[in-house]
Design a protein around this ligand. Structure first.
Ligand code: SF4
Length: 413
């Protein structure tokens, strides 16, 4: 089905995030990692931990150049940093929400307690089947749900910490996305966000020259360069289509477009409301607009990572039904169900987000379509840069431009 028939961007809310005013920013305190994941954008450099003064200066650059609500603390794996509690405390003292992006391996209950004391507001656990996890080799996405559940329970025990899971989506794992969504529904009370990221890489075997400052460069050392055939153009709409095989009324409400394609969904956000047993519906674009605008009006920044306490009050959000058709449909489906089964009225309704990310797209002319209003902007050398392409700056000192060489393909790769 052509993409325009799947979802029309004109029907959704374009998230208001921009370079100087965004919901999230991306901090990399280390490039050391205790795991290898296929599709990682960063070279694993053991002990490459940044000193706290450098991290302070990167946070100051954000303060100067970009309003933000949450700071994703990534890497590498940030839990390998010996001063991770100090980094979390620094961000919290700036009045921002520290969110740790981790594979979870180094998270113990004791560490979690210390991080909560330091002010952590959320965790995003990267768990998928193409990681080299000890004792987990060969486990399918579905078998990994037990591991996801273990981390979700740890956070739930600690209390009021946002719990998110992300998984990179490859050609051969796309089919498991609905299963993960179903698992997420069963744990909607303790799992607040599910993120699916389409796999991307820079193909160096496809008839393009890579240039820096007009001179050809060898892309081989770049972490995301590949020289063999792999599917690198799974679209967010492909993921939506797959989800709709299990949830036919699955309906996103907000998006970020591509810098080269206004009708591409680089970040595609869906919010569903339900219980562990049933999803009653999806919020619409007006609800998203209201929540982002209201937060900006009151706090002077766009909203990231709503607290779990608020997400558990989805019933009261339905009071906004007159303003948002999605909420109206959800309320109607919920009250019809409650008429058949009045006990439902005493159950909590939860709000859960599903974010689908379609990173950099390689265009036929070699241009890269980035996420317009990129939330994962980081600091490099005092400047705001795309974190997904920072390896180009580290390796060559500047961005790489691809141009078709003889024999370049004329279609999107
Ligand atoms: S442009 Fe790159 S760093 Fe920014 S959100 Fe998209 S994939 Fe992430």
């Amino acid at each position: 089905m052509p993409m325009s028939l799947t979802i029309n961007h004109n029907d959704l809310y374009r998230l208001p995030w921009t370079l100087p005013d965004n919901a999230i920013s991306w901090l990399e305190p280390t490039s050391a990692c205790n795991l290898y994941c296929d599709g990682c954008y960063r070279k694993n450099e053991p002990n490459a931990h940044k000193p706290l003064e450098l991290i302070r200066s990167e946070l100051d650059t954000f303060k100067k150049l970009r309003k933000t609500d949450g700071v994703s603390i990534a890497g590498g794996d940030p839990l390998t940093h010996p001063d991770i509690e100090g980094i979390v405390a620094m961000i919290a003292e700036d009045g921002l929400k520290p969110i740790i992006n981790t594979n979870g391996l180094a998270l113990t209950r004791e560490k979690l307690r210390a991080l909560k004391k330091a002010g952590v507001k959320g965790f995003t656990f990267h768990i998928d089947s193409k990681q080299q996890r000890p004792h987990m080799k060969g486990k399918s996405e579905v078998e990994l749900n037990d591991l996801r559940y273990r981390y979700a329970c740890m956070l739930a025990e600690a209390g009021d910490i946002s719990c998110a899971f992300n998984a990179t989506v490859y050609e051969d794992t796309l089919e498991w996305v609905p299963e993960i969504l179903e698992w997420g529904q069963k744990h909607i009370d303790i799992v607040h966000i599910l993120v699916f990221i389409a796999y991307r890489a820079a193909p160096i075997h496809k008839g393009y020259d890579y240039l820096v400052g007009g001179s050809k460069v060898d892309m081989t050392p770049i972490a995301y360069a590949i020289d063999k055939e792999r599917a690198i153009s799974i679209m967010s709409t492909d993921i939506v289509e797959k989800i709709r095989t299990r949830y036919p009324d699955f309906q996103p409400s907000a998006y970020l477009n591509g810098t080269e394609r206004p009708d591409h969904f680089k970040w595609l956000l869906t919010m569903r409301i339900g219980t562990k047993e049933n999803i009653y519906g999806y919020t619409g674009p007006k609800f998203m607009e209201l929540s982002q605008s209201l937060h900006h009006l009151l706090k002077d920044r766009y909203l990231a990572y709503t607290s779990p306490r608020v997400l558990g009050r989805a019933k009261s959000m339905m009071l906004l039904s007159p303003l948002d058709k999605g909420l109206g449909r959800t309320a109607s489906s919920y009250f019809h169900a409650a008429l058949r089964s009045p006990a439902l009225l005493f159950k909590k309704l939860h709000l859960q987000s599903i974010m689908i990310i379609q990173p950099a797209d390689f265009m036929p002319n070699g241009a890269l379509s980035m996420c317009d209003g990129c939330p994962d902007i980081t600091v490099y050398d005092g400047k705001l840069v795309w974190s997904c392409r920072m390896d180009e700056l580290i390796t060559f000192g500047d961005w790489v431009h691809a141009v078709p060489s003889n024999g370049a393909t004329s279609e999107e790769v």
